[in-house]
Design a protein. Structure first.
Length: 484
C-alpha cells in the first residue's frame, strides 16, 4: 500500500498537471467529424490548441465561446448560444463536445440548461449530437477530464434499450444482435494510451479473430496521416457515432485504465455486456492477463506470433535486468500512466524512489510504491535530488529538471513537443514493454558514471602502477589498485 502525500504548497512551481478541459477535448478528438467547444475565455482554448498541436504536430479543431469581461460578469448564456449556433451552422459536425472551463465554472454557468434552450430555439440542428461535460480546470487533471468526457458520451448516446435519451432523441441501442457482432469487442481507452498504443491494441485483438470498437479512437484521428483536403474544421477519422448503436451487441468490454471505472460501470448498466478491467497494459503480467482474456473470449489458443513476442520480451528482461535491477527511478505522470510504469519497473526489480502525480485517485494507494506525492515538477526535482534518482520518466516539461539533476529523461505522457513521433510510441503489450526496457537501459548506459576504473598491473613497468607496500608486507590483489 502506497502512502499518499498531499499537496502542502500554496501554488504550483513548474506544474505537472494539465487541465480537465484539455483532457476532455482530447477524448472528443477521438470521434469522427467532431469538434470540442470550450465555454470560456479565448485564451483557455488557445492554450489547449497550442498544447495539442505541439504534441501531435497536426491541425487540431477547437472552438470557443470567447467570453469577454462584460459577458463574464453579466452572464455568458448568449455567448454560448451564439457559439453553438455558429459551430453547427458553419461546420455541420456530427458531434460537439460542450466543455466548461474554470472561468465559467466559477461563474456558475449551467450548460445543461443552456443546451436545452438551444434545442428549443434551433430545432434545425437536432441531428447534431451535443454532449455537455463539466470540466473545471481548477480541479482534477487531464486524465479525469478525459474520463469525464467518455462517461458523458456513454450517458448521452448509449441509453437503456427502447428508452429515449435525456435530450428526447430516439434510443440509440438496438435490440438483438446483428450477424457477426458476437465477435465484436468494446474497448474503453484511457488517456494514458497513445495512438501507437491503440494501433498495437487493435492489432492484438484482431489476431484472435475479434473486431474491436475503440472508444475513443485516437489511433484513427490523430495517428499522423495526410488527407485529401489541406484543412478540415472537424476531426477526420475516429469512432463514428453509429458505433454507439452496437455497443450493446458486443461479446465483451475491455476497460483500459482505472480512471474509466465509472464509465465502465455505466456502460455495463446500460448494455449488460460483460466487462474486463485492466488498470494498465504495461509489462509482462498485465499483457499476459489481456492475452488470456482475449483467448477466452475468442475460445481459441494464443497465436504463435503472440507467443513469440512474449518470448522476445522475456529475453529482453534477461538482457536488461543487470542495469535495471535496483536502478533508482523518478516518475512524474498522471495516475494511470504512473501505475503502468511502476508495475513495469517493479517486474524488473527497479526502485521507484520518487513518484509524483497530478491528482488524487482511489487507485493510488494500491500502487507497488512506498509513497506517492501529489505535486508538481518542482517536487519531483527536489525529491529526486534528495533520493539520488538515476533516471527520470516524464513529459517534455520535465526536461529542465532532469538536466539540473544530470539524469537522463525518458519522455512519456503529455506533452511530448521536443521530439518527433512521441504520440506514435507504443508502450503496451509485449513489443511495447520490450522497447521500453531497451530505452530505459540505454538511457542509464548513456549516463553511466559508476564504471569500474581499468586495472593496471604493477608488473607492467609503469612508474605509477606499483603500489606502495609496507616493509615486510606481501603485495595483494587489493594493493594493486583494482578498486581505486
Amino acid at each position: 500500500m502506497a502512502e499518499i502525500i498531499r499537496r502542502s504548497k500554496p501554488l504550483s512551481v513548474s506544474p505537472l498537471k494539465s487541465s480537465q478541459p484539455l483532457g476532455a477535448s482530447l477524448a472528443l478528438l477521438g470521434l469522427n467529424r467532431a469538434i470540442p467547444l470550450l465555454h470560456g475565455a479565448q485564451g483557455c482554448t488557445a492554450f489547449a490548441k497550442v498544447f495539442l498541436v505541439r504534441h501531435f504536430r497536426e491541425p487540431i479543431p477547437l472552438q470557443t465561446s470567447a467570453l469577454d469581461p462584460i459577458s463574464s460578469i453579466m452572464g455568458a448564456d448568449d455567448s454560448l448560444l451564439a457559439g453553438l449556433r455558429t459551430v453547427c451552422e458553419k461546420h455541420h459536425p456530427a458531434a460537439v463536445g460542450l466543455l466548461t472551463t474554470g472561468l465559467t465554472e466559477a461563474q456558475g454557468a449551467d450548460i445543461h440548461r443552456v443546451l436545452r434552450e438551444f434545442r428549443e430555439r434551433c430545432p434545425e440542428f437536432q441531428a447534431v449530437r451535443i454532449v455537455p461535460v463539466n470540466t473545471p480546470d481548477f480541479s482534477g487533471c487531464l486524465e479525469s477530464g478525459f474520463a469525464a468526457a467518455v462517461t458523458a458520451m456513454i450517458a448521452e448516446w448509449v441509453p437503456s434499450a427502447n428508452h429515449p435519451d435525456a435530450l428526447g432523441h430516439p434510443s440509440l441501442t438496438k435490440a438483438g444482435k446483428k450477424p457477426g457482432q458476437a465477435r465484436q469487442i468494446n474497448v474503453l481507452c484511457g488517456s494514458s494510451l497513445t495512438p501507437g498504443d491503440l494501433e498495437a491494441l487493435r492489432e492484438l485483438i484482431e489476431r484472435f479473430g475479434l473486431h474491436p470498437v475503440l472508444l475513443p479512437d485516437l489511433a484513427d484521428s490523430l495517428d499522423g496521416h495526410l488527407d485529401a483536403e489541406d484543412y478540415h474544421p472537424l476531426t477526420t477519422g475516429g469512432t463514428p457515432l453509429a458505433a454507439f448503436t452496437t455497443l450493446g451487441d458486443a461479446a465483451a468490454t475491455l476497460v483500459i485504465g482505472a480512471s474509466l471505472d465509472r464509465a465502465a460501470d455505466l456502460l455495463h448498466e446500460r448494455t449488460g455486456v460483460p466487462t474486463h478491467r485492466f488498470p494498465h497494459l504495461f509489462g509482462l503480467e498485465a499483457t499476459d492477463r489481456l492475452v488470456m482474456t482475449l483467448a477466452g473470449i475468442a475460445d481459441q489458443s494464443v497465436p504463435a506470433t503472440v507467443a513469440r513476442q512474449r518470448a522476445q520480451l522475456q529475453d529482453a528482461m534477461l538482457d536488461t535486468h543487470f542495469l535495471l535491477g535496483r536502478a533508482r527511478i523518478a516518475i512524474a505522470a498522471d495516475p494511470d500512466l504512473l501505475h503502468g510504469f511502476s508495475q513495469l519497473l517493479a517486474e524488473m526489480g527497479a526502485e521507484v524512489v520518487v513518484a509524483v502525480t497530478s491528482a488524487t485517485t482511489p487507485t493510488l494507494a494500491q500502487l507497488p510504491l512506498k509513497q506517492v506525492q501529489i505535486g508538481d515538477l518542482d517536487d519531483l526535482e527536489t525529491l529526486a535530488r534528495e533520493r539520488d534518482a538515476e533516471l527520470v520518466i516524464g513529459s517534455s516539461h520535465a526536461l529542465d529538471a532532469a538536466n539540473r539533476l544530470a539524469a537522463p529523461l525518458l519522455r512519456a505522457g503529455y506533452p511530448l513537443h521536443d521530439q518527433f513521433g512521441g504520440y506514435q510510441r507504443a508502450w503496451i503489450g509485449y513489443r511495447g514493454a520490450r522497447q521500453a526496457l531497451f530505452d530505459l537501459a540505454n538511457a542509464l548506459l548513456s549516463h553511466a558514471e559508476h564504471a569500474v576504473a581499468p586495472y593496471h598491473s604493477f608488473y607492467s613497468g609503469k612508474a605509477d602502477a606499483r603500489p606502495e607496500v609496507r616493509h615486510g608486507a606481501t603485495p595483494t590483489f587489493a594493493d594493486s589498485g583494482r578498486w581505486h
